[in-house]
Ligand binder design. Structure first.
Ligand SMILES: Cc1ncc(C[n+]2csc(CCOP(=O)(O)OP(=O)(O)O)c2C)c(N)n1
Ligand SMILES: [Mg+2]
Length: 567
């Protein structure tokens, strides 16, 4: 049996066969046969107002479902608008597939309208770029895109489809659209380290007295939450996390010691006095390591990663365990002899109590403008355990990374730390709300980040998703302004924004919108927003004083060296 269809229909059928879910894009002539098939096949596709936000929404969708996010863009400006988001997904190891229309090959290079070197522009931002030259090969190349996006360290894949390929008529055998179910989500397949290296790791764990585990976003990508819990219980190891790794264990777990790296509650202190560091699914990049300064070089390190070529890239492992985080942690948990570290765990409890006492005044302060710590405290208080908090770049991520508590293990916190762009909050809320419609979704965004993606509040409204955008409104490019305060003696340049009531803006766009200046009004306003159907915006007026904006002592500001980079 064969059937004849357009290349665009073959494309849509290939995605449908992979159970692609919600897709995001903005059409153009080249991909219209794909759009026609999406319609007739009844697939879910959302028009967005900027391709970057479409790809960000797909990224958040992928983080919440584990399945590759799917987005599309027309040639030229549509394709080039994808770059930032593709780099986010690729850096963060998030599976994503972006379809780009491209010029008709019969005329390429003749100053076609909107023509640019998009293949060359997009390729380095993606894990791979596949150019579709023959319509017959569409099912094969979509399969390949899924395999690449979900294997090893996941990432973004671009499928570049020339106009004539998309518009061609092609005869396909019925079985052309087969898929490999293991590649429908991450991780495509699980690898395990060999026994020899596992034995060496177990020997280190057995003699350690002050071990610390550092968890990164790889725990979520691997779905390693249960394995991690089994490991840390079996070996008595406290867990620190990066922003991407928040939720590896519940932040309220007695073994959780919170964020480490640039900002830390007390995890950095424990890392400095550890006699063994176990790193799981974490790249040990600049922020996690305080610019490669945090891990004492003499401390033994067990490094678990799925990407073999990354071992030794930023720090020297004593034992490199090449494997999937869940498989590897399961093997290590099984090898544990009963371990009691009573004194060590009591010390950790003491440090936690001291930190809580020191921090409580900031969390509960009724100062006006509102302290961002109070805002995060209110979110901690009112959000249920299954809530999802999206944190945009800027202070939204800094403050929540440090102070927000996930109440259960799993992906309950999404921050775009792959590239740390601002403008992720609104599209992140869209993607997450579509991915997990039964869970409360709240996005925290700076006013600058909101300005970047304001047009897509219209998309949230049209998609009729239940999502709340909380604006950390400091009328500034706040992080930049705070650094100018600390490092440039208050010489502020291009870091002020207008005073805007984003609650009123949201209302004008047909969303539920409110502006909050009184800290006592926060909790009821947040609860109302979360329970009001459709999109809501809670505009929170926070401090405008650049001396009070940073969430903690930024070590770089405390002792600045000539070669320090500050953002
Ligand atoms: C696309 C992009 N441009 C520039 C930056 C650098 N940057 C980091 S934080 C920040 C301030 C953003 O302002 P806002 O969104 O209001 O957040 P705030 O720091 O005020 O909370 C900027 C410009 C960035 N992260 N992303
Ligand atoms: Mg701001």
């Amino acid at each position: 049996m064969t059937s004849t269809m357009s290349g665009g229909e073959a494309l849509a059928r290939s995605f449908a066969a992979h159970e692609s879910g919600d897709m995001f894009g903005m059409g153009g002539f080249q991909l219209l046969p794909f759009y026609a098939a999406v319609r007739t096949l009844g697939m879910r596709h959302h028009l967005i107002n900027d391709e970057r936000t479409g790809a960000f929404a797909a990224d958040a969708y992928a983080r919440m479902t584990g399945r590759p996010g799917v987005c599309d863009a027309t040639l030229g400006p549509g394709a080039t608008n994808l770059v930032t988001a593709l780099a986010e997904s690729t850096n963060a190891g998030v599976p994503l597939i972006a379809v780009t229309g491209d010029t008709h090959r019969g005329y390429s290079g003749r100053h076609m309208t909107q023509e640019t070197q998009q293949v060359e522009i997009l390729r380095p931002a993606a894990k791979a770029l596949l150019r579709v030259e023959q319509p017959e090969r569409i099912p094969e190349l979509v399969r390949r895109a899924y395999t690449i996006a979900t294997s090893g360290r996941p990432g973004a894949v671009v499928l570049d489809v020339p106009e004539d390929v998309c518009h061609a008529q092609v005869t396909m055998p019925e079985d052309a659209f087969w898929t490999d179910a293991e590649t429908h989500g991450v991780p495509a397949r699980r690898t395990r380290p060999d026994q020899h290296t596992l034995d060496r790791a177990v020997a280190l764990l057995a003699t350690a007295e002050r071990p610390v585990l550092l968890a990164g976003g790889g725990i979520h990508l691997s779905g390693a939450h249960e394995a991690l819990a089994a490991f840390v219980r079996a070996w008595g190891v406290p867990v620190a996390h990066t922003m991407s790794g928040k939720g590896s264990v519940s932040c309220l777990d007695p073994l959780s010691i919170g964020l480490f790296g640039r900002y830390s509650r007390y995890a950095n202190d424990l890392i400095k006095t550890a006699d063994l560091v176990v790193v799981a699914g974490c790249k040990l990049g600049e922020i996690a390591t305080e610019r490669y300064d945090l891990l004492p070089p003499a401390t033994p390190m067990i490094h678990i990663d799925v990407l073999s070529e990354d071992f030794g890239r930023t720090a020297r492992p004593t034992v490199a365990l090449w494997g999937d985080a869940a498989s590897t942690l399961t093997d290590l948990a099984a090898a544990s002899s009963t371990t009691t570290r009573t004194g060590y765990l009591e010390e950790i409890d003491g440090r936690r109590r001291t930190w809580q006492e020191r921090t409580r005044p900031r969390l509960t302060t009724d100062e006006r403008p509102i302290n961002v710590a109070r805002l995060v405290h209110e979110l901690n208080g009112m959000l249920p355990a299954d809530a999802v908090l999206i944190a945009d770049g800027g202070f939204a991520a800094h403050w929540t990374g440090l102070l927000y508590d996930t109440k259960q293990a799993g992906r309950g916190y999404v921050a775009d730390r792959g590239l740390a762009s601002i403008g992720y909050g609104v599209p992140g809320a869209l993607g997450a709300a579509l991915a997990v419609p039964d869970r409360p979704v709240v996005a925290l965004s700076g006013d600058g980040g909101l300005n970047m993606s304001l047009g897509d509040l219209e998309t949230l409204r049209r998609a009729d998703v239940n999502a709340t955008i909380v604006v950390v409104n400091n009328a500034a490019s706040g992080y930049v302004k705070a650094l100018q305060h600390v490092l440039f003696d208050g010489g502020y340049q291009s870091s002020d924004l207008s005073e805007i009531d984003y609650g009123a803006v949201a209302s004008a766009l047909g969303c539920h919108g409110v502006r909050i200046e009184d800290p006592e009004a926060l909790a009821p306003a947040l609860t109302e927003a979360v329970t009001t159907p459709g999109p809501s915006v809670v505009d929170v007026v926070v401090t405008r004083d650049p001396a009070k904006m940073l969430p903690g002592v930024d070590k770089r500001a405390a002792s600045k060296r000539a070669d320090d980079r500050i953002a």
